[in-house]
Write a protein that binds this ligand. Structure first.
Ligand SMILES: *Cc1c(COP(=O)(O)O)cnc(C)c1O
Length: 478
């Protein structure tokens, strides 16, 4: 039964005072719809409806969520407490500066901390997600070359292991995407890179560690080659969790970075909620930053609009302030030593889980993993039973855990990308490895069970392409 079917005329959760006029101020008579079929329900019925919906979802607060590349770490509740303080939660984005000095100071300090963590000179908190941070970064790179009258740079080089947002960003910004092959160890193939770098190169986009969870140990040489060719080096910060406090992208030659606050810095993630993807730049890109950023002088903290070379505003107001606040709380709660421990524990957890799984799954790159690792479904299982990685991923859901990322990166056959994060216990990792073992045994013994999974979730197997492209989210009364 839907909430609409449960409706009974006259049932109410709250009584609103009777309206003094029949048409609210500012609305013309014809603009007010009087025939909306709102359901009429009591407060407990509404509560049960929404709590019931929330229980159909998997979430990090419900169970293990090893969705590789997404850093689904636990979101500490202290972040939420701070975000709910009335002095923050009740602010209006158009309040005069002198009444929001605390909020501006927080943003100023977050800009400073993110610059310190990434080894950059300046930061803008504006972008609303990693993908928008990429767009901001690549537009700044474009503006940089233009400002130097260096107009023939039409190409962005991207490794074949890259996340899909990297080529999408480059082509949205008007560049031609040039793919660079990976070498046998899973890093950028230096010879392939050299062959593609040249006077047309505007930028090279990389993430480090890569989406294979492997640290790019040629990074300093890659930066040197890129700069020698006249290009700039972009850092996709989605995997920053692995190197927090250990290694700074700015020190290894990157010119511009984005940081996903909803990954590395524990702000809530997924479900369509707001993200945040601040960008950091070296001094030579600072004139192109989108405004406003937060600056400080003797009289206090101020919003500073972009200069004449700024690429302009990327988002309304200053980005998602609530996410800045949560990330700031996280950074302050942990401090430098705590953040370094985050990276150490994330890497330790990934390598322990890899150790637990390596005899059951195929390991394409036998190297020390960073925060995540990529494995394949053994060929023998695929050939003898027809079970594929997708089936295993679906069957895992029946055991109350989220599936890893699958079929990404594209260069690994039947890939599963597993990122446990630092917030999971040894017992959780061991329980997950046992579940994977159970499912692989089942794939051999009873392949149909796995191929038709999931069996216990509120919805069964969906057409995922249609679910994403033609979502049916609206209730239509009969
Ligand atoms: C998540 C991710 C992105 C995109 O970030 P969003 O915040 O989801 O827009 C880019 N690159 C990599 C490697 C990622 O994992």
């Amino acid at each position: 039964m839907t909430i609409f079917d449960a409706s009974r005329p006259g049932r109410r959760g709250v009584e609103l005072p009777a309206a003094k006029t029949s048409t609210p101020a500012g609305l013309a008579e014809g603009e007010l719809r009087r025939d909306l079929a709102w359901p009429e329900l009591s407060e407990p019925e509404v509560i049960r409806h929404f709590v019931g919906l929330s229980r159909k979802n998997h979430a990090i607060d419900v169970g293990f969520y090893p969705l590789g590349s997404c850093t689904m770490k636990y979101n500490p509740k202290i972040n939420e407490e701070m975000a709910r303080l009335p002095g923050f939660a009740a602010l209006h984005p158009l309040q005069p500066e002198e009444t929001v000095q605390g909020a501006l100071q927080l943003m100023w300090e977050l800009q400073r901390d993110l610059a310190e963590i990434t080894g950059m000179d300046r930061v803008s908190l504006q972008p609303a997600a990693g993908a928008q941070g990429e767009q901001t970064g690549v537009l700044m790179i474009k503006a940089y070359h233009r400002a130097r009258q260096d107009l023939e740079r039409t190409e962005v080089l991207i490794p074949d292991a890259a996340h899909g947002t990297n080529p999408a960003t480059a082509s949205l910004a008007g560049f031609d995407v040039v793919e660079v092959a990976s070498d046998k160890r899973g890093g950028v193939d230096l010879e392939a890179l050299k062959a593609k770098l040249g006077p047309k190169t505007a930028a090279v986009m990389l993430t480090n560690p890569s989406t294979l969870g492997l640290f790019e140990d040629n990074i300093v040489e890659i930066a040197r080659l890129t700069h020698e060719a006249g290009g700039l080096l972009y850092y996709d910060g989605a995997n920053l969790n692995a190197i927090l406090g250990k290694c700074r992208p700015g020190d290894t030659g990157f010119d511009v970075v984005h940081v996903n606050l909803h990954k590395t810095f524990s702000t809530p993630h997924g479900g369509g909620g707001p993200g945040s993807g601040p960008v950091g730049v070296k001094e030579h890109l600072a004139p192109f930053l989108p405004g406003p950023t937060v600056g400080q002088d003797e009289s206090g903290f101020h919003l500073v609009v972009g200069g004449p070379q700024s690429i302009g505003r990327m988002r309304s107001f200053y980005g998602n302030f609530g996410m800045h606040l949560r990330a700031y709380t996280y950074i302050r709660a942990l401090g430098k030593d705590g953040l370094t421990t985050v990276a150490e524990d994330a890497v330790l957890n990934a390598n322990y889980l890899l150790h637990l799984l390596k005899d059951r799954l195929t390991v394409p790159y036998e190297r020390l993993a960073k925060h995540e690792f990529v494995v394949s479904l053994p060929k023998a299982i695929k050939e003898q039973t027809g079970v594929r990685t997708l089936d295993v991923a679906k069957r895992l859901l029946d055991f109350g855990v989220h599936s890893p990322t699958v079929y990404f990166p594209l260069i690994v056959d039947e890939a599963m990308m597993i990122e446990p994060t630092e917030t999971e216990s040894k017992e959780t990792l061991e329980a997950f490895a046992a579940i994977v073992g159970t499912v692989l045994d089942e794939a051999v013994r009873d392949p149909e069970m796995v191929k038709t999974a999931p069996h216990t979730t509120p919805v069964r197997r969906l057409d995922e392409a249609r679910a994403a492209r033609q979502p049916d989210l609206r209730y239509r009364p009969q």
